[in-house]
Design a protein around this ligand. Sequence first.
Ligand code: LMR
Length: 428
Amino acid sequence: MCSETPAFEPAFLCVQCANTPTKCALTERRNPVFNSLQTASADAILGLIAEYRDDSRAEKIDLGVGVYRTSEGKTPVLGVVKRAEQMLIDGQDSKAYIGTAGAADFNAAMQALIFGDSSPDDRLTTIQTPGGSGSLRVAAGMILRATPNASVWVSEPTWANHVPLLGGAGVNLKPYPYYDTENHVIRVDEMLAGLATAPEGDIVLLHACCHNPSGLDLSETELRAVTDVIVERKLVPFVDMAYQGFADDLDRDAFAVRHLAANVAEMIVSSSCSKNFGLYRDRVGTLSILSADSKTRDIVNSQVNNLVRTIYSVPPDHGAAVVSLILNDPELRRDWINELTEMRERLQSMRRLLNDALIEKTPNRDFSHLVRATGMFCFLGISAAEVARLKKDYGVYMVDSSRINVAGITRQNVDYLATSIAATVESE
Ligand code: LMR
């Protein structure tokens, strides 16, 4: 047994016990830090990527992670993104750091896209962030700096990473009722009643559109009612907008943000360009904070930039530079809207296709909520055991909650998919 600092010469054997470093007892005692860790559980959504990849069945279907797919099952770079990237390669003359807030032209274009023409500029600050998740993480840091005892109220259910991301940053979380899993409708009255119990200064996280995971959004009337509770209770809305353009169109999908911005003193908005620009891995998003007055806006701006420096220093540039080129060039912008419309319409038609196929294959079960939802997701509405059987017996992959990404449906696989679902639910 070694008693002194081990030396692994020659041939990397310990000079005292003649063991390799991994077997030498002293090495073990000298490095106890990471030995205390246990294996972390696989991410509920990202874990499916590897499982699906490793499945050798030709007929397998991926309805897991939220990426758009074409009718050929591909997630290609948008044509307009390719063109803007070429312009960037030809014109970019430096890779020097951009500041903590990112690029001013990108931030201005995104702020206008999100808040519209009547954006309350003198009270708003918008910064470029590494994707929507980076934005949520900075928002969490700002909440902890400004109001550490406040709770953030999240819909039940919400995006599977909202709770670990915000909770992991140290923010208190509370649920409010949202989805009725029996009847596949929003529990609006319970949601309003739940929020009416929130103490002044608490924060309400809302999904701007294409609610992830349910795909069901509040109507404009319902959103107005939620806004009234927020105003009355002096709560702070925090809107996560990851799917602008995937429900109805760019402006209607921003209704929640714009209506709230017109009615409240303070709010937070996180946005993502992962889906609507297809820039997933390039990590492009924004964080906007609306303050009660312009003096506070300047203080918030200094704080958020200071915070960014302590987390990731400066955001990545490439994807945001591409988005800025597209949004600031009328022709590229028009072509982008056309590509976005094509993606949205394909998702809607795949919902109808699967619902029609299920009506035929399993007439005793009602799956009509599939076509009432918008965006990429909805719940299929089956049990976790049935989800597991679909994976094991048919190679059909979805999140355990039975959330499906309808982008994974094609005209070629819908019959197999509906047959597999029918066989699974009917074997109950
Ligand atoms: C999803 O919900 O599947 C996407 O937003 C991807 C992710 O990071 O979870």
